[in-house]
Design a binder for this molecule. Sequence first.
Ligand code: IMP
Length: 188
Amino acid sequence: MEPSDPDRESSVDPHLGEVIVPEAVLQARIAELGKEITADYEGRSPLLVGVLKGAFMFMADLARRIDLPVEFDFMAVSSYGSATKTSGVVRIVKDLDLDLSGRHVVLVEDIVDSGLTLNYLVKNLQARHPASLEVCALLLKEGRQKVEPDLRYIGFRIPDQFVVGYGLDVAERYRNLPDVVAYHGGIT
Ligand code: IMP
């Protein structure tokens, strides 16, 4: 690992704690996931569905590691509840542009915490009759789900703590950090 850049936000912001997944480790795992998806979907043209905003960075890096003619679509959701806990009631803020019927869909998620958001999204997308639907989540918080979520691809299992960076935010901040970092501040 390179020594930290003293100008980086993480080295001066008192809310940011230890690096949970460093950039190099993230990128190496994403390359592996891309290889797996390339092998699993050989001869097909999967449709990657990204969940905004958190998954935008992961989606961009993952897609570049998939050696297939992939297509993209995005949806944006917001969940009712406090900033750190989702209630499971999800509102679609931006829906998909494409029709999923007959498509091989890979839902790309940033982080699965309680799993309620994912549960809602899978049901919602399944109702649109894709030929297949699998989930690729970068991070899975351990011990937080009542039922083991049905994830075909998992980047990393992390301990139950709030993290930011690599797309993940607190009040829209920190998404541009290249690492996944523990957040110790208050949640606004
Ligand atoms: P769930 O419905 O409890 O699984 O929450 C999933 C969503 O909550 C994710 O897509 C994130 O937007 C957000 N989230 C959950 N945990 C974290 C975290 O540690 N950092 C940032 N966002 C999080």
